[in-house]
Ligand binder design. Structure first.
Ligand SMILES: [Zn+2]
Ligand SMILES: [Zn+2]
Length: 287
């Protein structure tokens, strides 16, 4: 069993990796600096700006917020959306998606909101599996789609079914939970907690690429360990927790703060929980 959290000796820091500003994205209503202020108030210490088909210049933001680690990015938006995030991101939105993915080595590539509206296909499983090279991650939760939108009354923020479907097909992808901040009420609901050795963008990218992070809408991780075939997880407040394996099969459920499971021959096992403080999504432990 491969534990992506092994060697997590650094600090857990909070951030958001999917967000827009009104200067660069027509769909967003919050300007860059006002948005960063909102994220900072919510506790974010790293941020990626991912405007639609443009890399927003962050030099003024870096100067004003020296304590925030910024990553560049954009949301490839010619058809189904996908995030490209890194320390330095070239204008790959000018390319077709397959060309852009081929040029994206070293970047994080993240499938956005696989089905943001109930009853309507967006990213289907075959579409995700056909991507070559494959993406690094998918979104498991996008809180922009947790409330009715002007454009559609049936939003859906949760994508565990898509994640389990592609994991079951053998595609080893991490998952992110993101604010996808566009409008004033979109900030601070959802976050990535990454375990970083220092506050540099390089350390952050290393943690994100290696799976040393988890998604949260409030619930926090206190401990995770694997000894032999047993996975042990502790969260910071009471929750309903479950271990999930191939086919989305529930391998174990419990209530409380401590959870453990002895794996057998599953290709992957992942842990998720939800309680009054919110949700948490850990990365998979792969066989
Ligand atoms: Zn948008
Ligand atoms: Zn977006």
């Amino acid at each position: 069993m491969v534990n992506p959290y092994e060697g997590c000796s650094g600090a857990w820091v909070r951030g958001n990796l999917h967000g827009h500003c009104s200067e660069s994205s027509g769909c967003a209503s919050v300007p860059l600096f006002a948005g960063i202020e909102k994220h900072e108030k919510a506790g974010a210490r790293f941020l990626a700006l991912t405007d639609h088909d443009t890399v927003t210049d962050l030099s003024a933001a870096r100067a004003r917020w020296p304590d925030i680690t910024f990553l560049e990015g954009f949301e490839w938006s010619s058809s189904q959306n996908i995030l490209f995030i890194g320390e330095k991101v070239p204008p790959l939105y000018e390319l077709s998606l397959s060309e852009a993915l081929r040029e994206a080595s070293g970047l994080l590539t993240v499938i956005c909101h696989p089905h943001p509206y109930r009853g309507r296909d967006y990213w289907t499983i075959p579409m995700i599996l056909a991507l070559d090279p494959p993406p690094v991650a998918i979104e498991v939760y996008n809180s922009h789609y947790s409330r009715p939108l002007r454009t559609n009354p049936g939003p859906n923020p949760l994508y565990t079914d898509t994640w389990d479907a592609v994991l079951t097909q053998g595609l080893r992808v991490w998952s992110f939970a993101n604010d996808d901040s566009h409008d004033p009420h979109d900030f601070g609901h959802t976050a990535t907690f990454a375990n970083v050795k220092d506050r540099s963008a390089a350390s952050l990218m290393a943690a994100l690429k290696a799976g040393r992070f988890y998604g949260s809408t409030g619930l926090r991780l206190e401990e995770v360990s694997v000894s032999g075939d047993v996975i042990h997880v502790r969260v910071d407040s009471d929750a309903n927790g479950r271990f999930v394996g191939p086919g989305g099969r529930i391998l174990g459920v419990a209530q409380g703060r401590e959870f453990s499971l002895r794996g057998s021959d599953e290709d992957y096992i992942r842990f998720e929980a939800e309680g009054s403080r919110g949700r948490i999504f850990l990365q998979p432990f792969f066989r």
